[in-house]
Design a protein around this ligand. Structure first.
Ligand SMILES: Cc1ncc(COP(=O)(O)O)c(C=O)c1O
Length: 392
């Protein structure tokens, strides 16, 4: 059969063509870090040669091992994305009833509960870290509570000690949505070691991406085995199915890409750190702009650069967001709207604004500025100039 030439316009190019009106090219909140294409070819050739495309093939096994070493964790199960990781983590620990979680996150956090028939109970965040406030967790516990699902928002670690203490007192499980926390360390090592399970995302927008992907970090081999069964339809062997599992497996292409990405992630993190430092230096004396501080972690991943647009800044957050947009700079209001503003959650008693004053205030003030390894100093200057312009 005659091979048809590829006629598709790549989506990114199509989007760019629509957005660019003048000479300035758009600056998005993030841009995926990609290794040189030619370096990926040998990986593809290996896959074409062995014809193993999925089902825990050699690259899948290599990447699990390499990530355990890189992250400093004991056991890790790869997934096709972080959301299926969250859904499966809840299944693995047989979580039911109610789970206490944060409204200040990407919607997948709470959606993973609904997909398991679990009722999310929202508790407020701490105004400094924007992470679930341990002081608000206890009041949300009922006889139906079985677990807590906090998020290390922006890669800033939660108050893990306080959360664990509550979990121990009430015999609750803790599953961390660690989608933002790749490579983050506290004084004792990886933040991913905390709780019963932690779930990473390797989505295109994340610090370490495999196009799509994710992983569950677990403390012991037995739990990993259960998770591995669950992500493969519940199969234990050719003829035995032990649970109503799902297809959450990462393909060999994604895993091979992850192996290559790992070689570049150190460089990507160093570039992110330099951008973070430059933003802080340039914005520290702009009245009404507050850079969100980290949570005292030992090693950061600089995955986001959130600022708070306070009342003494001449523009509202949304006006600044629009002004940046007018200058082809696409900052994002992560996290606005709150999860609790979406129709499937807003009727829940714990979703009321009175229950969530800090999260509600943060959602009105926060703006995440562009940060990614390829962001140039000139582009950063452009972004800072737009923010400064309104303040003079
Ligand atoms: C906090 C949080 N949780 C979960 C997810 C879902 O991960 P994925 O896109 O890999 O399914 C994301 C991001 O995409 C996220 O930011």
């Amino acid at each position: 059969m005659q091979k048809q030439p590829l006629a598709l316009v790549p989506p990114a190019q199509a989007a760019t063509e629509k957005v660019v009106s003048g000479a300035t090219s758009p600056i998005y909140v993030t841009q995926p870090a990609l290794p040189p294409l030619e370096e990926f070819m040998p990986y593809l050739e290996a896959i074409w040669a062995n014809k193993i495309l999925t089902n825990g093939g050699p690259f899948h096994q290599q990447l699990e091992k390499a990530l355990c070493e890189y992250l400093g964790v004991q056991h890790l199960a790869l997934f096709s994305n972080g959301t299926l990781g969250l859904v499966t983590a809840l299944q693995a620990l047989r979580i039911t009833g109610e789970v206490i979680t944060t409204p200040y996150s990407f919607v997948a956090t709470a959606h993973s509960l609904l997909w398991n028939g679990i009722k999310p109970v929202f508790a407020d965040v701490h105004p400094d870290t924007l992470n679930l406030d341990p002081a608000r967790i206890e009041a949300a516990i009922t006889p139906h509570t079985t677990a807590i699902m906090p998020v290390h928002c922006y890669g800033h670690p939660c108050d893990v000690q306080a959360i664990q203490k509550i979990a121990d007192n009430y015999n609750l499980k803790v599953i961390y949505d660690a989608a933002h926390a790749f490579g983050v360390q506290d004084a004792g090592g990886s933040v991913l070691r905390h709780g019963d399970l932690s779930v990473l995302s390797f989505h295109a927008t994340k610090v370490f991406n495999t196009f799509e992907g994710g992983a569950i970090i677990c403390p012991d081999a037995k739990t990993k085995q259960r998770i591995d069964h669950l992500k493969n339809f519940g199969f234990v062997d050719e003829t035995t199915v032990v649970a109503p599992g799902i297809n959450g497996k990462m393909s060999e292409i994604n895993a091979a890409f992850g192996m290559l990405q790992l070689q570049y992630v150190g460089d990507a993190l160093a570039k992110r750190q330099a951008i973070d430092t430059a933003y802080r230096a340039a914005l520290h004396n702009v009245p009404g702009i507050r850079c969100v501080q980290d949570a005292g972690q030992q090693v950061s991943n600089y995955s986001y650069f959130p600022i708070m647009v306070e009342p003494d800044y001449p523009l509202s957050r949304d006006a600044l967001y629009q002004k940046l947009k007018d200058n082809h700079i696409f900052a994002r209001r992560y996290f606005y709207p709150l999860i609790t503003d979406f129709p499937m959650y807003r009727g829940m008693p714990s979703a009321s604004r009175e229950n969530l004053p800090e999260a509600t205030a943060a959602a009105q003030k926060v703006l995440c500025l562009p940060i990614y390894p390829a962001l140039t100093l000139e582009q950063q200057d452009q972004i800072v100039a737009v923010i400064r312009e309104a303040a003079v």
